[in-house]
Write a protein that binds this ligand. Structure first.
Ligand SMILES: Cc1ncc(COP(=O)(O)O)c(C=O)c1O
Length: 455
């Protein structure tokens, strides 16, 4: 078997219209048949009309004049945009000749969505996969991974215990048959989000407000998504990039560590691929506000109608977000207030996944609070959204703050064998631009090397 598996280039993930029309047509028809491998060509922020999937939040929800534009990840194949970095890391490994079908088993260290993405693309591209993740994440995640055929290898804990999954992955990777898609360390994750997410964000604000982006607010897990900010800054140098993290696990802010409820983010580390040079602000968000906000949006139709949102929008919004999406919305409101943004200004943020994997989290909330009647939801709408304020916003633009983040990164990654020299090279924007420039190289190689679908 010659060549690498059939799948899109970075440019084709950004721009559906660059896909060969026959393949594009087949991919669009296969959306309802998710295990058809042609769905690799549906890894994109765009809908079939080539528009970025997004919602501009109603001001009655946000309580502010600036536009909050949320890019919607739930309609990516496998149900979240994390399939993009999973695919990009695998296909780059294939191009480099480092990952060979039939010979290698893929390891996916994750807290859920990346693992779901890894198991999904391995199913489509013919690889065996093992997903290594904490044993206390929402049960919907494990069900999906098993449905896509990957093996689960569970380590104790929750979102904040990712370091255990990394240690376990390093152990498993000593077997020469194993190849790890190390999302926290490998730069395809950065390339996917800078190129595909960043340029999609820039397109998403066309025709909205002043057509520019004043703030990009994003809660890092692997810190892949926040790389979109690097591309946004190239186009809109005035943009302020805010990294959001759980109040209960304030690692970027002050090295704090703790358990929290925002699945997918706040992993008790500064990841290797986080370009902290472009992180302008760090904002702390309380975890239960995110879960309560999700409850309001999913179950509070009457309350939302009382604040003047029309029923069509309420019903449309119901399933669009997960817990981290609500964290990103709260962070966007806080930043818009902090930056004094007005009606012409746009804040862009991301909803990585949708409600479908949080039913159990909301059931748990109902159990914890016992009373979740309308009067409680009315109070939560006010507390979580209307009263989101400027507290816990830290300016990280000064050199001492950058140094703090560099040091956190060294503390987290030197134990895994990275050299001080390599870590120092990351303190220069040229490092990141050179890594981004490799998109062109990989795109050329993918086009030359990919097998045709029926080879
Ligand atoms: C639900 C959810 N939100 C946010 C993130 C963070 O995205 P990133 O890893 O790109 O920083 C993840 C990552 O897995 C996630 O699963």
């Amino acid at each position: 078997m010659n060549g690498i598996p059939f799948g899109p280039t970075y440019d084709e993930m950004l721009e559906r219209n660059l896909i060969d029309p026959e393949i594009k047509g087949k991919a669009e028809k296969a959306i309802s048949d998710e295990l058809d491998p042609i769905n690799l060509f549906n890894i994109t922020w765009k809908d079939t009309d080539n528009n970025v999937r997004k919602i501009v939040l109603p001001p009655e929800l946000t309580g502010i004049d600036a536009n909050i534009v949320v890019l919607l990840g739930k309609d990516f194949p496998s149900g979240s945009h994390k399939v993009g970095p999973a695919y990009s890391t695998l296909i780059e490994g294939c191009v480099d000749g480092d990952i060979l079908p039939g010979q290698h088993t893929i390891l996916g260290p994750s807290t859920g969505n990346f693992g779901i993405g890894v198991s999904y693309i391995c199913n489509l591209m013919g690889y065996d996969a093992i997903v290594i993740m904490p044993d206390n994440m929402s049960k919907e995640r494990y069900e999906r991974i098993e449905r896509y055929g990957a093996e689960l290898d569970l380590t104790p804990g929750t979102e904040s215990d990712v370091i255990l999954t990394l240690q376990r992955t390093y152990e498993l990777a000593k077997d020469p048959k194993m190849r790890s898609l190390a999302q926290f360390e490998l730069l395809p994750n950065y390339r996917f989000h800078r190129h595909v997410t960043g340029n999609s964000a820039i397109e998403a604000v066309e025709g909205i407000g002043n057509g520019r982006i004043a703030c990009f607010a994003c809660a890092p897990g692997s810190a892949g998504t926040i790389a979109a900010g690097d591309q946004i800054k190239e186009t809109f140098p005035e943009v302020r990039i805010a990294a959001l993290e759980p109040y209960e696990c304030s690692t970027l802010t002050n090295g704090g560590r703790g358990q929290h409820r925002i699945e997918g983010i706040g992993d008790k580390m500064c990841t290797l691929i986080h370009n902290v040079l472009n992180t302008d602000f760090v904002v702390l968000i309380r975890d239960d506000d995110c879960v309560r906000g999700l409850k309001v949006i999913h179950d509070g139709a009457d309350i939302l109608a009382e604040s003047g949102i029309d029923m069509e929008t309420i019903l449309y919004m119901k399933d669009l977000f997960g817990v981290s999406g609500i964290c990103n919305i709260i962070g966007s409101i806080k930043m818009a207030k902090h930056l004094h943004l007005g009606p012409g200004d746009n804040v862009v943020t991301v909803a990585t996944d949708g409600y479908d994997r949080y039913e159990s989290v909301i059931e748990d909330l109902d159990r914890r609070y016992l009373e979740v009647e309308d009067f409680v939801l009315r109070r939560w709408k006010k507390d979580v959204f209307d009263n989101a304020d400027e507290s816990n916003i830290m300016d990280f633009r000064q050199s001492d703050k950058k140094e703090q983040l560099f040091q956190q990164k060294e503390k987290d990654w030197i134990p895994f064998g990275y050299t001080k020299e390599y870590m120092d090279s990351m303190k220069d924007q040229n490092f990141w631009d050179a890594e981004y420039a490799k998109v062109k190289y990989y795109d050329k190689k993918i086009k030359e090397m990919r097998r045709q679908p029926n080879d």
